[in-house]
Design a protein around this ligand. Structure first.
Ligand SMILES: Nc1ncnc2c1ncn2[C@@H]1O[C@H](COP(=O)(O)OP(=O)(O)OP(=O)(O)O)[C@@H](O)[C@H]1O
Ligand SMILES: [Mg+2]
Length: 354
């Protein structure tokens, strides 16, 4: 049998295709192997697109397929799809729209770094780094690592299940980096989550952490970008620290976290003047759902004046808190009202990748 795209077809299909091939112009050499153009009897290569696409999958499978079966297109199917959509809640439709958006996120041209910052403690920097990393790894199938760049005993790696955690830290990885050439050699240093997200912990000892200068972080990021498409930096509260300044300068995108209370949001807003943010993404996290929640539009408008656009308002969700604390986080198990803003954030970040 002739080598090329016909392998795997049955004899009837092959015979039909052979007939069709004889009626078509010869394909270009980079499409399928054939006689040299200057060989006796060889046809001159054509440059039109039709000649290139010798046989598309759609030629063979005229109907759209799903799960190995033709996608049903009958009137009954169309009606039940319409009914499902019409009866669905606004939030559910929003989620379907986001899934679609995420499925068509543009390809990135190089590894991207995302810094997650806030001058306030406990607002959710680690939580957002974690849920964002999981989403990008799971739904966009990107190679993502989130690293704990909190100089004060960060908690990021503790969010992994106990049996997934690594006892090694980013300082160990940096020290051994010259001996690591393949992704598999990274495994002992990172927690590998079922979503595909990897977590890299901060050193357990304060004196080791204190030695991590921005220059060393720069070397670590250069190294990680050889293996990952997205690096997420979960920072501490020190926004004027050289490390935070370095992270924001180095990052392609910065996510600013606040809660929607005036006390916290005003403090975060005030701290932004110490950062040279060209553009940032705001997350209002742990948003209460009560009646006296304050006017979030005013908060959002004030951040917008500092080039920080609101991407998502994530509610206070006790199930999320418990999932994180027990190492059992799963996006699909979150309530819709939390899942949707998490996807909104993911879509914003994905569409801003360079
Ligand atoms: N949307 C939310 N709903 C419920 N609990 C949340 C939510 N976001 C964060 N939390 C909880 O709030 C606590 C603090 O969150 P997290 O550790 O992410 O904050 P942080 O900003 O990283 O804190 P630190 O400044 O100490 O690094 C955690 O217990 C976390 O589970
Ligand atoms: Mg944290």
């Amino acid at each position: 049998m002739e080598p090329g795209p016909l392998n795997g077809l049955d004899q009837v299909q092959e015979a039909e295709l052979e007939q069709a091939r004889q009626m078509r112009p010869a394909p270009e050499r980079d499409v399928a192997p054939g006689p040299a153009p200057d060989a006796p009897g060889a046809e001159a290569p054509r440059r039109d697109a039709g000649a290139r696409a010798a046989m598309s999958r759609q030629d063979v499978y005229a109907q759209p397929m799903r799960d190995g079966k033709p996608v049903p297109t009958g009137a009954l199917t169309r009606f039940s799809t319409w009914l499902k959509y019409t009866l669905a809640s606004e939030l559910q439709r929003r989620e379907w729209g986001l899934d679609e958006q995420l499925a068509h996120a543009p390809a990135m041209s190089r590894p991207n770094t995302v810094a997650v910052i806030s001058p306030k403690g406990g607002v959710g920097k680690t939580t957002i780094s974690f849920v964002l990393g999981n989403l990008l790894a799971e739904q966009l199938r990107l190679r993502v690592i989130a690293l704990d760049a909190n100089p004060d005993f960060g908690t990021l790696a503790s969010l992994a299940r106990d049996d997934h955690r690594s006892s090694r830290s980013l300082a160990d990885l940096l020290a051994d980096s010259s001996q690591i050439d393949s992704p598999a050699e990274l495994h002992p240093y990172v927690a590998r989550l079922p979503t595909g997200l990897h977590l890299l912990s901060a050193p357990a000892h304060a004196e080791v952490m204190a030695q991590m200068t921005p220059g060393l972080y720069g070397r670590l990021l250069d190294f990680l970008e050889r293996f990952y498409e997205v690096v997420i930096l979960d920072l501490g509260t020190g926004i004027t620290d050289p490390l935070a300044q370095f992270a924001v300068d180095r990052a392609d995108q910065t996510v600013v976290i606040t809660t929607p209370e005036w006390v916290t949001a005003a403090g975060v807003l005030g701290a932004l003047r110490y950062l040279q943010l060209e553009r940032g993404t705001l997350v209002l996290n742990q948003a209460p759902t009560g009646r006296h929640a304050g006017n979030r539009d005013v908060i959002e408008a004030n951040f917008r004046r500092h080039a920080v656009e609101t991407s998502a308002t994530i509610p206070y969700d006790d199930r999320l808190r418990v999932m994180l604390d027990t190492g059992t986080y799963a996006l699909s198990a979150l309530k819709l009202r939390t899942r949707v803003p998490v996807k909104e954030l993911g879509a914003t970040i994905a569409y801003n990748f360079v």
